[in-house]
Ligand binder design. Sequence first.
Ligand SMILES: Nc1ncnc2c1ncn2[C@@H]1O[C@H](COP(=O)(O)OP(=O)(O)O)[C@@H](O)[C@H]1O
Ligand SMILES: [Mg+2]
Length: 269
Amino acid sequence: MPAYSKLLIASSKGGVGKSTTAVGLAVAFSRQYKKVLLIDTDIASRSLDMLLDAEDTTVSDFADVIEGDDVKDVAVSVSPADDIDNLSLIPACSIDRLRFVSSKLGLTMHEAMRKGIESILESTDYDVFICDTGGGVEYACDFADLFDLTLVVSEQGKTSVRAADYASAQLEDAGAKRIRLVVCSFDLQAVKKEKRAGIIEIIDASSLPCVGVVPFDKKLQWIQDRGKLPEVNSPTTIAYSNIAKRISGYDVRLFEGMKSFFGKRHKIL
Ligand SMILES: Nc1ncnc2c1ncn2[C@@H]1O[C@H](COP(=O)(O)OP(=O)(O)O)[C@@H](O)[C@H]1O
Ligand SMILES: [Mg+2]
């Protein structure tokens, strides 16, 4: 896969791992010495500031970009771990603020969101842009054509995989150029007990090429509630690093470096 730098994270369902993926990839690219800008467009349920322990440091937000403020001035520098110093965030604005700013500019809220994304992607200060969206592709469809890669996130369940296909069809209609699947919270134990679908089954059921699989980590919620990141050598961190490398054009196997978690490959297939 060639290298892509403008990434949109979407799904038709909420709570499937979009924001976790946005942060996981941002951290992975940042550790690969890229300057990364995270954009939170989830106006209903913004979370990136919390996941990055930056709640107290955010002053401006996405609505300021829509109003014409310089992207660099709005972006807040975040450092969720000691080895990360090239990561910035544009926090989401509230729906009330989006409504207010849109009407001030004589735009619909959808037009205003697109205007903001256009300004952000024009910025030459960053190597990688990662845009998190809310559940459902309502807003994502407004600006999907501006990104060069869309990652549709799904959980392991069959209904989630089917919903990912539906989201992908809508995004494609809206002009998304390349769409790939990311499977989150993949529970290997459940596959072994034949309770959940294995990777081959998921890939088979989806019309999307799969760019990565992120294992289920029962401690993740606890870690995220504290604004921390999973350990550098945890399977989750390695999974996002692998996805980032694949997006950068490197030939990395789906479960590279995750042997401790997955054991013998044939067991998960
Ligand atoms: N790989 C994973 N393992 C375990 N829990 C996960 C994983 N990825 C996400 N989660 C959990 O799933 C929930 C929803 O994740 P989130 O990224 O906020 O989803 P979304 O942005 O799609 O709503 C959170 O509680 C998060 O901790
Ligand atoms: Mg989210």
